[in-house]
Design a protein around this ligand. Sequence first.
Ligand code: SF4
Ligand code: SF4
Length: 256
Amino acid sequence: MAGDALWERVRAVARSMGITDMAVADAGAWEADDFVREITPKIERPSSIMQGARSVIVIGMPVQRTILATSPSTFYSEHNKTVGITEDIVAQRVVMELHIEGYAAISVSRDGYQWNEELRRQMASFFSHRHAAYLAGMGTFGMNNMLLTEKNGPRVRLTSVITTAELPFGKPMEKQLCTKCMRCVNECPEGATASELYPNGITKKRRCLDRATILRDNAISPCARCTFVCPVGADAADPLPTDEAVANIRRYGSLP
Ligand code: SF4
Ligand code: SF4
């Protein structure tokens, strides 16, 4: 099985596990796309991570904005972990399906670094799901440096499968989803968010990491305030908890 038929089969597997956000990037696009080629070292491209790679399947799973509204909180921290683990399981299931069809495939887990300390040393993962999702046409970059999608703005976690199978490729979205409303910039308690669109504006990662480390030590990481306030995405209309409920939920694992 190959091409459209294989893609339908892979999508059906992912859909049966609740995934609706899924697209394919051409593994060659890391070389062909000027923007991504410039930003991504060769060693971090799919063709280096798996020789013979043809496609990168990007799987997106939204976090629930109603829960994110309480961030930083144990409520959101646990939810964020659950979403990440679930989508990694979906990716592994997709890998198995591709293996059954005779293709090589590997999943690249959602976070390619061990934890904050390692990220502080390296400042980036060995593979960017955001850039893969951009090349697959799932969304565009916002001022908060995140990939924004039409359904969930930046409130979607991403994971990827690199495979030798050739699948129907997407291409970068032409319209820009970020409205430059500056809400993410104004919301950041660390002044870490840039005030220009990515890649001209780059988040000051050390400031963000400093906050993440404090939150982690209190079991309420990640911060994600810049993610919550972004008005892009149909889920921006999701019902929110009352202010009193947010304050009550934040009593658990609250900052010292
Ligand atoms: S996660 Fe928090 S600290 Fe980091 S950029 Fe967003 S709002 Fe700022
Ligand atoms: S909050 Fe506004 S400026 Fe920031 S990424 Fe979203 S749309 Fe763009």
